[in-house]
Design a protein around this ligand. Structure first.
Ligand code: ZN
Length: 388
């Protein structure tokens, strides 16, 4: 064991971060299920291909309209019209394109890389083939917002990259890796934020692994309220790196606390529906003071999971005190944090970054027993696991 860890440390110290040349296939407008798309290529132009056959080099700023026909994909430009099973726009350099669902009133989106259209049963797919790191930067921009600290952006880049590579097969049956919605990671446009692009580049290829050298489930939420949640209390499975940790870094975040008032009648009905006999309970008996996160609140012999209370009342978190309001007619829920509470707290991570913590330490704080490693070393690490 000691030798193995010594070798790992040596390797890690000697190798700089490197990206990999992997491309991601991401379905655009996945939720919309559009019947067609309008595309405008940017200045450097694209090649238009049917299957593997290039039809023409597109001049800059070419407008294309893509439609679904019975079984084919139809493409129209100002000068030509044809159809095929696979229509492709092949990038010749760092070209980009604007794309919008047909008849959409929203703004067109802009991406880089290739674009492929094909029908999957009744659905026309628009799949962007994009280098991993460009995809990661775009998802960091969508999840991390603007004007954050560079170490926070690096943290989020490692999380988004780990997610993408762990879920490469999520939409495999449909002909792509990931979709562009919250089901996978939100991918609304390419990143144009120079800080985010730089942070992504500086962590290129870096991912988070557990003690079995597997990519972790790098879940995160907005604010932990001072203590993160165990994964088994929120979902059914307990992962060793998704265990509750004290998190004072989140306490100064803007979502550190919340309040919600519910009528006493509503609260009593909810408890009754969950098997609590409230007819014998005074208002005083309804109170609960939580010193820490707990999986469920007990009323007599009845335990009600806090996640069920959160879902039922659409609360910001499952970490709250129950009190009877001074008016005697309402229950006051005083809560901490925002989100499911498992894994990394984004506001806590931002605070750590602003206080000088490097992204590896931020990740280690929220994901117990994990390591940040470059993809190029991962196979070596897994090989070393066999050394005992
Ligand atoms: Zn998805």
């Amino acid at each position: 064991m000691f030798i193995r860890h010594y070798i790992i440390m040596l390797l890690f110290a000697c190798v700089a971060t490197h990206g990999i040349s992997q491309n991601m296939r991401v379905a655009l407008f996945y939720q919309e299920q559009a019947d067609g798309f309008v595309i405008t290529t940017q200045k450097r132009g694209y090649k238009l291909a049917v299957g593997d056959s290039v039809i023409m080099q597109l001049p800059s700023m070419t407008n294309l309209r893509i439609h679904k026909t019975d079984s084919l994909v139809q493409v129209k430009t100002d000068s030509l019209e044809f159809a095929g099973y696979y229509i492709r726009l092949v990038s010749d350099s760092t070209s980009g394109f604007f794309i919008n669902a047909i008849h959409s009133e929203k703004k067109a989106r802009v991406y880089t890389g290739d674009l492929e259209f094909f029908n999957d049963m009744a659905v026309l797919h628009a799949v962007n083939i994009v280098p991993l790191e460009a995809y990661v930067a775009a998802t960091v921009e969508a999840e991390g917002g603007y004007n954050a600290h560079p170490e926070y952006y690096k943290t989020q880049a490692v999380l988004c990259r780990t997610y993408a590579l762990r879920h490469l097969h999520k939409h495999e049956a449909e002909g792509f890796n990931l979709c562009d919605g919250v089901h996978c990671q939100v991918y609304p446009s390419k990143s144009m934020d120079t800080d985010i692009i730089a942070a992504t580049k500086q962590t290129a290829g870096n991912v988070i692994i557990d003690t079995s050298f597997q990519l972790i489930n790098a879940v995160y939420h907005s604010n932990s309220g001072g203590i993160t949640a165990n994964s088994k209390d929120v979902w059914s499975s307990q992962l060793p790196y998704l265990v509750s940790v004290k998190d004072t870094f989140s306490l100064s975040g803007k979502h550190a606390t919340w309040e919600r008032r519910i009528t006493l009648t509503e609260w009593r009905i909810f408890l009754e529906n969950n098997g609590v006999n409230t007819s014998v309970m005074k208002n005083e008996d309804l109170k609960h003071k939580l010193k820490t996160r707990i999986p469920s609140i007990k009323y007599g012999a009845v335990s009600i999971p806090v996640k069920e209370i959160r879902n039922y009342f659409s609360l910001k978190s499952a970490f709250f005190d129950v009190d009877v309001d001074v008016d005697g007619e309402h229950v006051l829920l005083s809560g901490k944090g925002y989100g499911h509470g498992v894994g990394l707290s984004q506001e806590g991570a931002m605070n750590m970054a602003e206080n000088g913590y490097p992204y590896e330490e931020i990740i280690a704080h929220y994901y117990s027993g994990t390591t940040v490693v470059n993809l190029k070393l991962l196979d070596i690490f897994r090989g070393l696991d066999k050394i005992h």
